[in-house]
Design a protein around this ligand. Structure first.
Ligand code: NAD
Length: 327
């Protein structure tokens, strides 16, 4: 059987990526919508054949508890709203898929994890790269330390958007706008899977914040053994690279996180490719659906999302205080 997914939030990512990707999934399907914009409902119902009984607003979404025809709620709203919506979905007894970045704070992230545990539902974070085959080959090289002990790492993710951001929530700090939350989470998560360990401290960080949100953030993370990694993220400049240096060589992905697919290269000349276009979200949702049906671990658990938010908060603290922040 296929799991029935309801999308919560019908903005650009839901419409442009997730709904189209759900047309190709084998283990789940688009079955419902939860929206605060009633004017969007007719188009979504018609296009995706969604019955009236699977259409909800933010006001009545708690009634999902009485709807056995929805299995999963996928939260795709501005970051600051993830916690409330994810907790309500869990309390309605639905499995939760939550977009990145998981939430604004570690406490909010933990509240989502707790709500899912208490209500016996599964949780995964929308880290699409973890489901991408070239990235998985890259991670395999990291796991086997193909180029010897790690000596350094660089993680860059940025796009050239409007300067400063004008989008109604991406320009607002309290909503989760800014480069570090939006794009920096890819660099932090990339270092986590590229080095196969968690950072122990933020050594230093710098944020360029011409308005209330940062448009560029640079940071240095320390990993066990004293390994240093440089991260840089932006919403006004393009860059896209994850590079892991070892004693005997290196492996890198450039670009490391576009929808159009990842391409990797190693110092031994191995190409991780060709880029696989347009499949990440399909693979992500099928992996997550199978994990629910088979009761197996997910690739991007809530704890990973929460721990990345802890790093993000520590980067902000280091930038504001000028001090090293221990994680
Ligand atoms: P968007 O602004 O295009 O859409 C957000 C939607 O949420 C809108 O439909 C809006 O009406 C709705 N919404 C619900 N509650 C709201 C509130 N209180 N205030 C404002 N809007 C509210 O944003 P988006 O680009 O679709 O991003 C949504 C989420 O998806 C974010 O968390 C973002 O980080 C994430 N995202 C992930 C990826 C990825 O590659 N994994 C890509 C893009 C966005």
């Amino acid at each position: 059987r296929k799991l029935n997914v309801a999308l919560l939030g019908l903005g650009s990512y839901a419409k442009g990526q997730i709904a189209p990707s759900l047309q190709f999934t084998r283990h789940c399907q688009l079955a419902g919508i939860i929206t605060g914009s009633p004017e969007k409902i007719p188009e979504w119902q018609a296009k995706h054949d969604i019955p009236d009984e699977n259409v909800y607003s933010y006001d009545n979404m708690d009634e999902l508890a009485d709807n056995p025809n929805i299995d999963v709620v996928y939260v795709i709203t501005p970051t600051a709203t993830h916690k409330e919506f994810a907790v309500r979905a869990a309390k309605a007894g639905k499995h939760v898929w939550c977009e990145k970045p998981m939430a604004m704070t570690v406490e909010d992230s933990q509240a989502i994890i707790d709500a899912c545990n208490e209500n016996n539902v599964r949780l995964s974070i929308g880290y699409r790269m973890l489901h991408e085959p070239n990235t998985q080959d890259f991670i395999a090289l990291s796991k086997e330390k193909a180029f010897g002990a790690f000596t350094a790492a660089t993680s860059l993710a940025g796009y050239a958007g409007s300067d400063p951001p004008t989008d109604y929530w991406r320009g607002q700090r309290a909503m989760g706008g800014g480069a570090l939350y939006d794009m920096g989470v890819y660099t932090v998560n990339g270092l986590r899977y590229g080095l196969q360990m968690a950072p122990v401290a933020v050594v230093k960080a710098m944020q360029h914040r011409p308005t209330e949100v940062d448009v560029t953030t640079e940071y240095t993370l320390e990993f066990p053994g004293g390994l240093l990694a440089e991260g840089k993220t932006s919403v006004v400049t393009n860059y896209n690279q994850l590079r892991i240096e070892g004693e005997n060589g290196w492996h890198e992905m450039q670009p490391m996180q576009p929808y159009g697919g990842v391409k990797g290269l190693t110092s031994a000349g191995t190409v991780l490719g060709p880029p696989i276009d347009g499949k990440q979200q399909t693979l992500q949702m099928d992996d997550d659906a199978l994990a629910i049906m088979n009761n197996t671990p997910v690739l991007a658990p809530g704890e990973m999302g929460r721990d990345d938010i802890a790093v993000i908060r520590a980067i902000i603290e280091s930038a504001e205080t000028g001090k090293r922040v221990v994680l």
